[in-house]
Design a protein around this ligand. Structure first.
Ligand code: ZN
Length: 441
């Protein structure tokens, strides 16, 4: 009998392994942050013991959701300005507020709040881009959240960084500083092709490869971005990035709404993944990502919420439901994007986009213990015939009961184990007052 850190037993285990095995009355033994064993409750109880046993009798047990594109430090800008054209939303509201308020402490506080919120949404990893990203790294570490973080690179001076080179160097410093932190990776994150010069995009990609860091950028969110690229460079955005050696298996794109068939083929060939932000694209009327084309051409895709200033929540379950329904409708095909595919998108496929499929994205022996439990015993969740259908069309984040990241239990019975929610409410009220006053200035 081997003693382990934690055992989860009696659960309905959705493994997302290559065979898509489901284990009814299943159990997991977790040790040292990893999955040590998985099987039936009887098998696990025979071989393993623990002082911490979680009874999952009424619960679905599955890998945590991955949110492929966020700006978590924008928490306090949730609902600050809505129902506007993208241009006016950014120029008249978001950028002025950011210029005035975004400082190290603001980023830390907002990121910590967002980590608590991510946990409540069953999200166990994010791919984030913002400013003062080392503050987000500290907040995520304190909260126990797994995160890939980047310092937004813009080709104009900011309060904090005078040059884009300083933004790149900051991320490299983060990479070095958090090297031994199991939860944190730093990436190189040029904001977009329209805010970065060709020279900076090339430098960013070269530096990322020199330091073995991932690359993350926004691409083809709006039609205007594509039209401007055609006018300035004579080619579409994906071809432009390819022509400067930017694309590779280490690159992930956010949005990818206006990508044509030739560009899709190129992304598949280069191994570039796309994180689709359906709700944000709907709200800002940016368009519909070509999911059908991505699938036909073999591009790996996943889902993301983007920041709460534009979404305005961090629910991946909402993105799953909305994406599946919207794309059935626009393809006039109710068989398109079935529930099982959608669940794979936000778990193992997302892990592949970030080259982490050997560590996360499924429940298999040796992988990190990033695990969520969802409650079946609720009126709105009864009965259950197909677990994937339930996850995509029935359940909301309120059904997420327990969250474990890197083997650590962060939420139990929907209560955050270490984070005090009342403290977060007080902080949010404080920043709301400050931002409200600035808005009326
Ligand atoms: Zn974004």
């Amino acid at each position: 009998m081997q003693h382990t850190d934690t055992i989860i037993k009696n659960g309905y285990i959705v493994t997302i392994n290559p065979e898509m095995d489901i284990i009814e009355n299943g159990a997991l033994a977790i040790d040292n942050g990893k999955i040590l064993a998985i099987g039936t409750t009887e098998e696990i109880e025979k071989n393993y013991s623990s002082n911490k046993v979680i009874d999952a009798s009424t619960k679905i047990v599955m890998p945590g959701f991955i949110n492929g594109h966020t700006h978590i430090a924008m928490t306090y800008l949730r609902g600050y300005a809505d129902d506007l054209l993208l241009h006016s939303w950014l120029q008249d509201y978001i950028w002025p507020a950011e210029a005035r308020f975004v400082k190290a402490k603001f980023v830390y506080d907002a990121s910590y709040h967002a980590c608590a919120e991510l946990i409540k949404n069953g999200i166990t990893m994010i791919n984030d881009m913002y400013f003062y990203s080392k503050e987000t790294a500290r907040a995520a570490t304190k909260a126990g959240m797994r995160a890939i973080l980047g310092e937004g690179i813009l080709d104009f001076p900011m309060a904090f960084h005078k040059t884009p080179e300083s933004m790149i160097n900051y991320a490299i410093e983060g990479h070095e500083e958090f090297k031994d932190n199991e939860l944190i990776d730093f990436a190189i994150t040029p904001h977009s092709i329209y805010t970065c010069s060709k020279k900076i995009l090339i430098t960013a990609a070269e530096k990322a490869r020199a330091y073995n860091m991932l690359i993350h950028t926004h691409l083809s969110e709006t039609k205007k971005e594509v039209d401007d690229c055609l006018e300035q460079h004579g080619v579409r955005p994906v071809q432009y990035l390819d022509s400067i050696g930017f694309l590779g298996k280490d690159v992930s794109l956010a949005h990818g709404v206006w990508i044509d068939n030739d560009e899709q083929k190129l992304l598949a060939e280069k191994g570039v993944g796309v994180n689709i932000c359906t709700e944000c694209n709907l709200k800002l009327s940016s368009g519909f990502a070509p999911i059908k084309g991505y699938k036909e051409n073999g591009v790996i895709i996943s889902l993301a919420t983007d920041g709460v200033a534009s979404n305005n929540n961090l629910s991946i379950l909402d993105e799953m439901d909305m994406t599946s329904k919207v794309h059935k409708a626009i393809n006039n095909d109710p068989t398109f994007l079935n529930a099982e595919e959608v669940v794979r998108m936000v778990t193992i496929d997302a892990a592949k986009i970030f080259n982490k499929e050997d560590k996360i994205g499924s429940l298999e022996v040796g992988k990190k213990a990033d695990i969520i439990l969802l409650e079946r015993n609720k009126l709105e969740n009864m009965p259950m015939y197909n677990v994937y259908s339930h996850l995509v069309y029935t359940m909301h984040s309120e059904s997420v009961q327990d969250v474990i990241i890197n083997g650590k239990v962060l939420m139990q019975d929907r209560k955050l184990v270490e984070i005090d929610e009342d403290e977060l409410f007080d902080k949010a009220r404080f920043y709301q007052k400050e931002l409200q006053e600035a808005k009326s200035d």
